[in-house]
Design a protein around this ligand. Sequence first.
Ligand code: ZN
Length: 220
Amino acid sequence: MRFSPVLERMPLRPLRCSWHTARMPRPTCPRCQRPLSRCLCALIPDLDSQTRVLILQHPSETAHALNTARLAALGLRNAELQIGEVFDQLSQWLALPGYRACLLFPGDEAIALQPCQADELPLLLVVPDGTWRKARKLLHLNPLLAALPRVSLSAAPTSRYRLRKAPEAGALSTIEAVVSALETVEAPASFQALLRPFDALIDGQIAAMGEHTYRRNHGG
Ligand SMILES: [Zn+2]
């Protein structure tokens, strides 16, 4: 973990106060939607992928300070972020010519992602973004989603997501799941650059809340 001397001297600020209940509206970057002083755009890459990534975000996630789905969509040319509960245009999105649609979602029926073969169409990887409960709700409200073939990550790395308590061991943030999926399907291509703004976001939040508070709340 990296702490700059300047940030170490900052007063302790609980996470909730600094990110959720600020009374004065602060100017935000229109692209990454971070406060302007913490804009992450310079760290967001511009990566190409054969796989198309369609992230369906539950509205409860959009205002969260750790909106990693947005960072993933901004850093990938062939990615799209849609926000909602019921997606009326889903059938059009899923029928995009030249792709095989599948849903990244764990479960008994999910098949572990494999490297895409040269004679196969590239994947249209649909990624629900939200808590497990909200993601399941998206599947329930959008039967087309639930009907898609399901894929899961075979060898997911340990999460670097140290701030939001994961509901179960092995759970990853949306951006980490996307990186892991793309690196499996398009091996040996690397998509690690996509994690740069994510790492900066996490480091910034830990610095803002203070190391002591972080260790107390997250056992780090
Ligand atoms: Zn920005």
